[in-house]
Ligand binder design. Structure first.
Ligand code: GDP
Ligand code: MG
Ligand code: ZN
Length: 341
């Protein structure tokens, strides 16, 4: 038995599978419910449900069930993973993988609210860290009417573009269909897209438009009809008709950093480019003489809120690293196994 390449296998996952001796039953996790993975084994929809016991599984993962088909035996190497910090007040930081093996992270915002530059900056750090390429999607364009609407959409594109250097910004609507073909093109070549954003911004409506039929429940399913009023509560992998995959995710209210790479450098590439010209190598960009960053702020080239935002994210990342180091030291003293990052 082989594997169905149409599931969108990442090269690293395939290699890992071959190293394991090409075990049968390999598939892709389409959804996770209370410790159970639904594993898609072919594009036609052959699925098995297996337990996740001891396996760190996320939607989008390629997995191999054990011989009895009861639990996940191997989670194949990922080429990307969108990870955020999941922890409760006072609890130690823990990582939560929202989606794995994603090629493009669509950061969805609604044009009906003022563009939230600070939120998208934070999302971009996580997106770049994930290994996927972000795209900013401004949806609900159908709700902006006439010349005033067009002007406000254009202003939103500029505002988001200003804080997303090198990132595509796409105007879309899940209702009128504007931008939907553009978005679908990101999945060309059997790639996987993940939609991320606050609850109610229009992710599931976009999924339905991209898939071409009503696949995902959206918020306006009225009480009283047979489906009740349910919306996305867990991530879900959906096939696109002409190839490619989509992962719809539930709304995340606050995205906390779980940083592990160079997400901040990528997300703030414009500011980092300026830093090369600071006089001091250890410049903190506060009030040091010869600081190219504060000079750019003074000249109106960089928004002071963007600089503050970057400093806050850097501090948050350092605090998280300190917390993890302290925790690992505690573990080392106890002689316990280090927690996996
Ligand atoms: N007019 C309009 N309404 C939209 C659009 N996208 C979503 N909505 C509405 O916004 C609400 C939330 O949409 P939903 O897709 O469930 O958001 P999600 O929580 O991000 O998945 C629903 O009432 C949708 O009908 C859009 O492009 N245009
Ligand atoms: Mg939804
Ligand atoms: Zn400086």
């Amino acid at each position: 038995m082989g594997c169905d390449l149409r599931l969108g296998f990442a090269e690293v996952s395939l290699e890992h599978w071959r190293e394991l001796g090409s075990p049968p039953g390999v598939g892709r996790v389409a959804r996770i419910d209370r410790g159970w993975s639904t594993v898609l084994q072919s594009l036609e929809g052959e699925t098995v449900r297996v337990r996740n016991i001891g396996a760190d599984v996320a939607v989008g993962d390629f997995v191999v069930p054990d011989a009895d088909g009861e639990r996940v035996q191997h989670v194949l190497a990922r080429h990307s993973a969108f990870v955020r910090r999941a922890s409760f007040a006072g609890a130690r930081a823990e990582a939560h993988t929202i989606a794995a093996n994603v090629d493009h992270v669509m950061l969805v915002h609604a044009l009906t609210s003022p563009p939230n530059q600070r939120r998208v900056e934070r999302e971009l750090v996580l997106a770049w860290d994930s290994g996927a390429v972000p795209v900013v999607v401004l949806t609900k364009s159908d709700l902006l009417d006439g010349a005033a609407g067009a002007a406000s959409a254009a202003a939103a594109v500029t505002a988001m573009g200003d804080v997303a250097p090198g990132v595509d910004v796409v105007v879309a609507s899940g209702i009128s269909g504007e931008g939907v073909d553009l978005l679908r093109a990101y999945a060309d070549g059997n790639r996987t897209l993940a939609l991320l954003g606050a609850s109610g911004v229009g992710k599931s409506t976009l999924v339905n438009a991209l898939v071409g039929h009503s696949r995902q429940a959206t918020a306006d399913v009225r009480e009283g009809d047979q489906r009740g009023r349910h919306t996305t509560t867990a991530s879900e992998l959906v096939a696109l008709a002409d190839g490619g995959w989509l992962i719809d995710t539930p709304g995340v209210r606050a995205v906390s950093l779980w940083s592990s790479g160079h997400g901040i450098e990528r997300a703030f590439a414009d500011v980092f480019a300026l830093m090369d010209n600071c006089r001091f190598r250890d410049c903190k960009h506060d009030d040091e003489p010869g600081c190219a960053v504060t000079a750019a702020v003074a000249a109106g080239v960089v928004d002071p809120r963007r600089l503050d935002s970057m400093k806050r994210l850097v501090a948050e990342e350092l605090a998280l690293e300190d917390e993890q180091k302290a925790h690992e030291r505690t573990f080392d003293r106890r002689g316990a196994r280090r927690p996996r990052r």
